[in-house]
Ligand binder design. Structure first.
Ligand code: C2E
Ligand code: CA
Ligand code: CA
Length: 745
């Protein structure tokens, strides 16, 4: 035994036998050659054979000579890597043992460094393979693949990249596998505080590789002044497939490749480039705007151009067609712009333009797609909308300026499709306050600050209650009321209205049930529904659930929609409304006359009632003021629809309406919106004495609302005193005529 391994002696008794043996064995530690075996004149033939023909580079060779002076010259010893040379007389038993032991030890070391060399080759090959990768994600996941292969472990790990062009920037997870896979996209600071992931933080801080005390290993890749990566890979404790110095070589090599061979540049380029339309992407664009702003270039315009109805085209014509359309539009814009104007693709169907004000004219730019585009031979008409901002004197970052242009674009999309709109500070202030309002609304919903109030609708001739309109209220914790005209458009714009509207329906139906149980229920409960809700494919089911879970029939519910439904595709609208009516639900058109939908359009819709807008009703007292109201009443009669006047504030108006044969109405003159308990009292009193005029009831508790985490509605407990809109401030708040619930975004 030598060094814990058995020692095996093989013997050859002639040069030829020796040659055969040398060819058969690949793991010979020591070759002891007796020079007497060699033919005269070619004493080192066997040595040469051992090294070159048998390829035994690491085997140690000990030469035995018959007498002093027979041993080869020193340079031959060196050339053939001969470890030792002895005469037979010299070689005692002990001496041979020492010589063999020394040779075996040397052989072992050589083999180890051989593994290192092979490892090194693998390391170099694997880092070179990473050169082919196209972007940060690919690179990061390539690092994991190569590390796992090098270390011969499973690919379980995390790779983070530092924000480009910021030596102190955050690291974000670019690739993660195995049990870490859900960490992708997170910043290093926000990763779970485990010992394993702690290694990543240590590697990032120390800018060197860190070995875990128990398991795991974190590497640092990248140069001091360039972008950096840190990689964690799960390796068992004392894992020794690859020597630690080789891992350092792997890291150093990758760092150099990243730096010298322009890999990082290419990775960055792809991080800055949109391959589909072959244009710079958002990151590049924002950077360029930033640069412009930093240089104080004010005669610059930043325009965002969006393809109208692109997602509908995509759905209808398929994504391939959508891609071609994007390419065509990109080329049209490119052709319409001078070469020194930057054109980029910022999002799905949004392009960004940055150039001198003299060179970019938004209106002209929109005309670059005036004729139909030919896509796959098919002529296709598109229209573009543009929002733009002129770079201001005061410094704003690139990201802020793009945000400003986005605000103008959104506004243009809503009010001026197919046209351009310039950003103004007022627009920005409004958008920001809407964003603020939205976040406050979310909190308000959590805090159960929203509730319903109810306003009776009367048959004006008999004064019997025919219906009740449910109206949403938001009372903040400090007692302030936020008017629905303000928060409902925000809820609509954000989509929150779908969940909120579902709760309104549920709560209104629950109240209807209570009124029925109390024996005071009118024929129907009217609920306001926004266009966004109608578009929701689940809307019919929501309505049916609200009815069924309160034991109501469709006839007990009326939905009030506005003329803005005209924005919906006619077929979709007609089928949605027809399905509701098939359930017995009636449909009223609210704020009638304030929108711009054509009568012929309204004629097609399955409707039951028209509500004359308050702005026309309040003019009834004035000379000529009755004209529009009268026309609406006649129109309703012609179309076979019921007519209800809203905003009746005094007895004269009520009489005027009756005179023109408007049968139904609601308004402060009859009753203000009330919360549920007050409503119950009002209904009871009204039944006893229908001719009594408006009383302002005392404040009472009301139903509150909150949402569960999935956006589903949760009914609130009855909370202490939540007064209904105070009379004094309410009339001024509601006096503004002509506002609809879809007028602001
Ligand atoms: P709307 O549907 O036209 O509701 C009638 C509005 O007129 C209510 O304002 C009501 O309080 C007010 N009003 C009633 N009688 C009189 C009167 O005699 N004089 C005056 N000056 N005003 C009167 P409110 O509650 O502020 O609601 C404003 C709008 O907010 C509603 O207009 C409706 O468009 C929307 N809205 C309210 N609740 C909801 C809801 O639950 N869902 C949706 N989608 N919209 C709602
Ligand atoms: Ca209404
Ligand atoms: Ca109305």
């Amino acid at each position: 035994m030598l060094f814990e391994r058995p020692l095996l002696f093989l013997h050859a008794f002639s040069g030829d036998e020796a040659r055969q043996l040398l060819l058969q064995e690949s793991d010979l530690a020591v070759v002891i050659l007796d020079l007497a075996m060699e033919r005269a004149g070619s004493r080192l033939d066997l040595v040469h054979f051992t090294r070159h023909t048998a390829g035994l580079r690491n085997s140690r060779i000990i030469l035995l000579s018959g007498r002093q002076g027979q041993e080869p010259a020193l340079d031959a010893l060196i050339e053939h890597d001969i470890s030792d040379c002895r005469t037979r007389e010299e070689l005692s038993r002990e001496r041979l043992h020492v010589s063999v032991a020394t040779a075996v030890r040397a052989y072992k070391q050589l083999c180890v460094s051989d593994t290192s060399r092979v490892g090194l080759e693998r390391v170099l090959r694997s880092s070179a393979s990473l050169l082919e990768l196209k972007d940060h994600h690919e690179f990061a996941s390539g690092v994991l693949t190569q590390l796992a292969a090098l270390l011969k472990v499973e690919k379980v790990g995390v790779v983070c990249a530092q924000e480009a062009a910021n030596p102190d920037g955050c690291y974000f997870v670019q690739a993660a596998t195995g049990r870490f896979s859900e960490l992708i996209g997170r910043s290093l600071e926000r990763l779970p505080q485990t010992a394993e992931l702690g290694l990543l933080r240590k590697a990032a801080e120390s800018r060197s590789s860190v070995y875990g005390a128990k398991s795991g290993l974190a590497l640092h890749i990248g140069h001091e002044d360039g972008q950096k990566f840190v990689a964690f890979i799960d390796v068992p404790r004392h894992h020794a497939v690859l020597h630690p110095p080789l891992l350092d070589v792997f890291c150093a090599n990758l760092s150099t490749l990243l730096h010298d061979r322009g890999l990082l540049g290419r990775l960055n380029e792809s991080a800055q480039h949109d391959p589909l339309v072959n244009l710079p992407n958002r990151a590049h664009f924002v950077g360029a705007v930033d640069e412009c702003a930093r240089q104080g270039l004010h005669d610059r315009i930043l325009a965002l151009i969006d393809i109208d109805d692109f997602s509908a085209t995509n759905d209808l014509m398929g994504h391939l067609f959508g891609d071609r359309l994007l390419e065509r539009v990109a080329r049209c814009l490119e052709d319409a712009l001078p070469g020194n104007v930057l054109l980029a693709r910022l999002g799905a169907d949004t392009f960004g333009v940055l150039g001198a004000t003299g060179q970019v004219q938004p209106r002209r730019l929109l005309e670059c797609v005036r004729g139909p585009l030919r896509i796959d031979g098919v002529p296709y008409k598109v229209s573009l909308t543009c929002g733009y901002v002129l770079l201001p004197q005061v410094f704003r970052t690139g990201a802020d300026l793009v945000k400003d242009a986005t605000i103008a674009l959104r506004r243009a999309k809503r009010d001026r499709r197919g046209h351009e709109l310039q950003y103004s500070d007022q627009m920005g202030a409004e958008a920001r306050s809407r964003a603020l309002l939205l976040s406050e609304l979310r909190v308000a919903i959590e805090n159960r600050e929203l509730f319903l109030v109810y306003q009776p609708q009367l048959d004006l001739a008999t004064r019997s209650v025919v219906g009740i309109e449910a109206l949403l209220r938001w009372r903040t914790k400090d007692g302030r009321f936020v008017p629905p005209d303000q928060f409902i458009p925000v809820a609509e714009h954000s989509g929150l209205i779908v969940a909120l509207g579902r709760w309104v329906l549920m709560a209104a139906c629950a109240t209807m049930r209570e009124l029925m149980d109390a024996g005071d229920a009118p024929r129907r409960m009217a609920v306001n529904v926004s266009t966004v809700q109608l578009q929701d494919p689940g809307f019919l089911e929501i309505v049916c659930t609200a009815l069924a879970s309160n034991g109501l029939r469709g006839e007990h519910l009326e939905l009030e929609i506005t003329e803005s439904v005209a924005a919906l595709p006619t077929e979709l609208l007609i089928s949605a409304l027809s399905a509701l009516r098939a359930e017995g639900v009636s449909i009223a058109i609210d704020d009638f006359g304030t929108g711009y939908s054509s009568l012929s359009y309204l004629e097609q819709l399955p409707l039951d009632r028209i509500k004359i807008d308050r702005s026309f009703v309040c003019q009834l007292g004035e000379a000529d003021g009755a004209r529009i109201a009268e026309m609406v009443v006649q129109l309703g009669r012609k179309l076979g629809l019921g007519v209800l006047a809203e905003g009746i504030e005094d007895a004269d108006v009520c009489r005027a309406l009756l005179a023109m044969d408007c049968r139904e109405g609601q308004g402060y003159h009859i009753a203000r919106p009330m919360d549920k308990k007050v409503l119950l009292a009002w209904l009871r009193a009204h039944c006893r004495n229908p001719d009594a005029e408006s009383r302002q009831p005392p404040a009472l508790p009301s139903v509150h609302v909150s949402f569960d985490s999935r956006g589903g509605a949760v009914f609130g407990t009855e909370e202490p005193a939540s007064p209904i809109l105070p009379a004094a401030s309410s009339s001024s708040r509601h006096a503004a005529p002509g506002r609809g619930r879809h007028t602001c975004a």
